[in-house]
Design a protein around this ligand. Structure first.
Ligand code: ADP
Ligand code: ZN
Length: 604
């Protein structure tokens, strides 16, 4: 199946073991990072075992693309969801009952309907695949209540193997999936979560849009990428800003009309080099291979969320950038969000712990990758491909500045007023602003005792003390407060190590002229010309078939074809990624393009 249908030579990582388990009728839980190759783990068994593989997925907007991609491989796939007309649904149901489907994609809410269970009982099921299985976790960032009902699959179809898959990897999430989906007997497969081709960078937020623009212009001109913002408003403003700067950018958030969202998503998948500016409503299941950067303009709420979002970059294995700008205001607004969130104290504590872990990642002086993987319980060596590795931040003894700052906070504490970081820093710098003067704060003993640092450096001290939990935020207004840890610092019982911000120009612009060209097979002049012809051909064929270009062939496959310059269908079929169906459909046309012949044979 792997060779014939998918055109690949070998399984990757644990795919073979996972597939053997499921083919033999066993349950499996698969934790694998984005781009790791999860789909094959249920697609191959569904083709091998008799009956239809039922895939439960929350990604309604992507089902059409998924089914189209399978159709291009010659796999008989269909979906049932609320976007269809009654007639369309009837047609799919009839095909299922007739045993004419290899794979059937379902939205989870369908399984809560008795009719669907009755329908499924009328056919033969080879397996259940529960995709994005972390959606069953009520504490996670993608909770879907409908997933809870999936526990019934075990009772209703005790003999049908179930495979649950997710790219969210903490042990806590895995344990929750096992309990809630009743996967106690499932074999667990945990892949390495490292994504070595992604470069992680976290910078202090200064003027975020300008910083973003610099990143796009100097390192990612013409590249496809995703920019994440927290609010709908900032999504729209950022997209408009990029457009003004001549960068084609599309907005995406839950407040946009469904038609607009579908159109923007489809354009992002089909047209090269677009920037999607989005809230986290966008991205789950997006399998566009050549996303070259993921930029965050606001602090993500958890390390899990951050890792999922950044994981959408570089699925093709070529170099990609994960870039995040964060500042004090992010910390304040997230504390406010946590304080005002629904749920009990335990829930708020959990949200707080997520934020603290995210802050610790931002302020670490160690390799970001080591820290990220440690969060998922995996060990790693310093990677050489993150900002802290390539320009190690210096650490300095910040005990005295920390004491100054904390005593200023302490002196302001009982005045029943709200003083954010800006006011405290003004006092330390001895700036007699209107507010400082009005409040009589020029008389405080701490007034003007902190002139050894500038305002930016003080803000960095505040952020780092927050990250180390030596300082807290009392409310949604950013009022600073002391924490249990502050006392030891004030008493001189512990020292405080701080990181010095890397100089802003740390990165030479244009270090990487074309990140894509750096990937995989290097092509010489003539082969490069063939590659360009193949891309043009792919673009036209994809348009004609109404699918994204990468559904026809990935760049890496076209590159290999250009490099091999096959002259026979047999040689072409030997290229990894060229399966039997694609060979039959497009093989002759490709050989013509390689030979630079005008097309002799029309497409089948
Ligand atoms: P995931 O669902 O884990 O994010 P996918 O299933 O989309 O990842 O796979 C990522 C990419 O890797 C896809 O383009 C897929 O075709 C490719 N791939 C998966 N398994 C193999 C393999 N054994 N050999 C070659 N390519 C593979
Ligand atoms: Zn590193």
């Amino acid at each position: 199946m792997l060779r014939e249908v998918f055109g690949y030579d070998a399984f990757r990582g644990q795919q073979a073991e996972i597939i053997e388990t499921v083919v033999a009728g066993g349950d499996a839980l698969v934790l694998m990072p984005t781009g790791g190759g999860k789909s094959l783990c249920y697609q191959v068994p569904a083709l091998v075992r008799p009956g239809t593989g039922v895939v439960v997925s929350p990604l309604i907007a992507l089902m059409q693309d998924q089914v189209d991609a399978l159709a291009a491989l010659g796999v008989r796939a269909a979906f049932l969801n609320s976007s269809q007309s009654l007639d369309q649904r009837r047609e799919v149901e009839a095909a299922y009952l007739a045993g004419a489907l290899d794979l059937l994609y379902l939205a989870p809410e369908r399984l809560n309907v008795a009719d669907t269970v009755r329908l499924l009982k009328g056919g033969e099921i080879s397996l259940f695949a529960i995709d994005e299985a972390h959606c069953v976790s009520s504490w996670g960032h993608d909770f879907r209540p409908d997933y809870l009902a999936l526990a019934m699959l075990h009772d209703q179809w005790p003999d049908v193997p179930r495979i649950a898959l997710t790219a969210t990897a903490t042990a806590a999430t895995a344990a929750e999936i096992v309990t809630r989906l009743r996967l106690d007997d499932a074999a667990q497969f945990v892949a390495s979560f490292d994504r070595p081709n992604i470069e992680y960078r976290i910078v202090a937020k200064d003027n975020p849009r300008t910083q973003l623009l610099t990143l796009l212009r100097t390192e990612h001109a013409g590249d496809a990428g995703i920019v994440y913002c927290l609010s709908r408003k900032s999504v729209e403003q950022t997209a408009a800003f990029l457009e003004q700067q001549g960068i084609t950018a599309l907005p995406y958030h839950a407040g946009l009309d469904a038609g607009v969202r579908a159109r923007n998503q489809s354009r992002f998948l089909r047209e090269p080099g677009l920037v999607m500016v989005a809230t986290i409503a966008f991205g789950m299941g997006i399998d566009k291979p050549d996303v070259r950067f993921v930029a965050h303009l606001d602090l993500p709420k958890s390390v899990e969320g951050y890792y999922q979002e950044t994981g959408r970059a570089g699925r093709d294995g070529a170099p990609a950038t994960a870039w995040l700008a964060y500042g004090l205001a992010d910390v304040v607004s997230q504390r406010k969000f946590i304080d005002s969130s629904e749920g009990d104290a335990a829930h708020r504590r959990r949200l707080s712990a997520h934020l603290d872990a995210m802050l610790a990642l931002c302020e670490t002086v160690e390799c970001r990758r080591v820290q990220l993987l440690a969060y998922f319980g995996q060990a790693a060596e310093p990677c050489g491909n993150c900002d802290t590795c390539t320009s190690p931040p210096q650490t300095w003894d910040g005990t005295v500045p920390a004491q100054k700052l904390l005593s200023a906070v302490w002196r302001l504490a009982d005045r029943r007023q709200r003083y954010g970081a800006g006011h405290v820093v003004d006092i330390l710098l001895g700036q007699a602003t209107e507010r400082v003067t009005q409040l009589g704060h020029t008389d405080l003993t701490v007034f003007g005792i902190g002139t050894e640092l500038d305002a930016g450096e003080w803000r960095s001290v505040v952020r780092q003390l927050l990250a180390q939990q030596l300082l807290g935020v009392a409310d949604g207004y950013g009022t600073l407060m002391l924490t249990p840890g502050s006392t030891a610092v004030l008493r001189g019982e512990r020292t405080v190590a701080l990181r010095r911000e890397a100089p802003k120009t740390a990165r030479s612009s244009g270090r990487r002229k074309s990140s894509v060209a750096a990937a995989a097979v290097a092509l010489d002049g003539p082969a490069e010309a063939v590659f360009e012809r193949l891309r043009a051909w792919r673009s036209a064929s994809a348009k004609e078939a109404g699918v994204p270009p990468y559904v026809v062939f990935h760049d890496s496959v076209l590159r290999q074809i250009a490099s091999d310059a096959p002259t026979s269908l047999e040689a072409l079929g030997a290229v990894s990624g060229v399966g039997a169906n694609k060979l039959e459909r497009w093989g002759a046309a490709i050989l013509d393009v390689v030979a630079d012949q005008p097309p002799t044979s029309a497409e089948r």
